[in-house]
Structures are given as structure tokens and as C-alpha cells.
Design a protein around this ligand. Sequence first.
Ligand code: HEM
Length: 283
Amino acid sequence: MIKIPKLSEILKYVKESDVYKSMFRHGYIDTPVNRVLAITSNVWLHLHPAKINREAVRYRFTWGMGGITFLIFLVTIVTGVVLMFYYRPVVEYAYKDIKYLDFDVAFGPLMRKMHRWAAHAMVITVWLHMYRVFLTGSYKPPRQFNWGVGVVLLAATMFLSYTGYLLPYDQLAYWAVTVGANMARATPGLGHQGPFGPELGMGPGNDVAFALLGGTQIGSATILRFYVLHCMFVPIVLSVLLIVHFWRVRKDGGISGPNVIPATPTPPPPASPPTRGEERRGA
Ligand code: HEM
């Protein structure tokens, strides 16, 4: 008869195997030094700090919003790469490819909707994260630089939304990007319709809107430009800045955390009156 091993025996076998030991070099005998070693000598765990402030990582302090934003960003990356397999950034095909995705590709609508909803959600969570950082005063020294990095991250997130908007190349996309380009045209100093634009040499053929659209109107150059910005340039910039952002959180002493007022030691309870027996014994 085949003997079915117990779970504890299977775990023991796995933990003593060479493969397991090559990944987890230190066991976890619960001492302060071993805790640090278990984290620092593991390729996945060493990204985390060996020690953290318990109060700072509570959800009621961070709302988990930075982490949620990062998770949603990863969802947009994975679903976006799947969409790239089916989408061609050319005026003739862009709209048709989206319809093909919507009606003919297996899981196409799911991928597209996940990408779209994740993008919307990321805009909301990044604002909430910034709001939390503001409310807890976590922008103050020594975290001013990371706040600055965050502002660029916010701008990059919004720009990702804007550039992604054109890609389906339907009426909504066309006119939404037209509105954005008209706003760019009115940028002070950079747009030819904005204050100081003409004075600084801006015209319809060389201002910021022209650079954005690749011409004076939305066309084939625009769609290619937005595609490269949306799928390559901005995600790469955002990813590099995220590395800086996370690294800075660590270097600035970890998540700021609330100012926890140490609990005042409770005074000892007043001595209880002697019992009858104690009185009799004269205690
Ligand atoms: C793609 C966008 C972003 C991601 C994924 C992100 C992620 C994170 C994460 C995971 C943390 C650790 C603490 C926490 O989860 O709350 C954090 C902290 C921080 N973030 Fe962001 N962040 C982003 C955008 C921003 C923005 C827009 C700002 C402000 C303008 C900002 C400013 C900060 C600051 C100052 C800290 C340190 C907070 C502290 O020590 O309490 N971040 N971020």
C-alpha cells in the first residue's frame, strides 16, 4: 500500500532540498539578527526594509494608496502589452483594430476594459495618495524631494491618460485630443495663442501644440506620436521615477508615520482596604 506522507513530512523534505536552500539561505529562528538575515539574504525580500515602523505602515495612516496605485500601474502594463499585439497605430487601421479586439479577439473586451478601468482607477488613486501625503504632512523635510518626484509622477500619469485617449481613434478620441491640443496652443510662452507666445517666436508651425500633434491637425503623425509616447516613452519615464520614489521613501527614513505619543505609565492601583482577616492579624 502506498504511504501518503504527512504535510509536515512534505514541508521538511522541501525545506531540506538543495533548490529551497539555494533560494532561502537562512531559516527563520526568531531572533532579531536572524530576522534581518532572513530579509537581507533573500532576493525577493531584500527589497523590503529589514525593520519598519509598525505605526507607519498601518492602513489607517497610508490608506495603502501608494501601493494600490503601483499595483494598478502593473495591471495597465500587463493588459497594455496584450493590447499591443492587436493594435496598429495607423489612421487606416487604429479604429478597426479596436473593433476587432472588441468583437473577435478571445478575451479582447476583457483586456481592453481592464486596461481602461485600471487607467481611470490609477488617476483616482494617485490623487488620493497625494491627498494622504498632504494630510499627514509627509511632504515636509526630509521628504520634499520625494514630493517633487511625486508631482512629476502625477503629471506622467495624467499624460498617459491623455495620450491613451487618442488611440481608439473614434469621434470621442479625436475631439478630446483636439480640445487638449487647443489648450496647449494657449500655453503661456509655449503656445502661439498664449500670452508671450508670439513674442517668444511661437507660431502655428513651431509651438508646443505642433510638437504634440506632429502637425497643425490630428493625423497619421499624431497617432504614431501618441502611440510611442503612450506605450514607450511615458511608461519608461514613470517606471524610472517610481524606482527613485521607492528608493527615496527608504532613504528618507521609511514611511513618515504618525507622531505616536508614548503612553504615560499607568499609576499603580490604590492599595485596597485591608480585609477583616488582615485586620485581625494586624497586617
Ligand atoms: C504613480 C504614482 C505613485 C506611486 C505608485 C506612488 C507610490 C508610493 C508608495 C508605495 C509610497 C509608500 C507609502 C504609501 O504607500 O503611502 C509612497 C510614498 C510617498 N509618496 Fe508616492 N506614489 C505616487 C505618486 C505620488 C505623488 C503624486 C506624490 C505627491 C505629489 C507622492 C509623494 C509621496 C511622498 C512624499 C511619500 C512619502 C510619504 C511618507 O513618508 O509618509 N507620490 N508613494
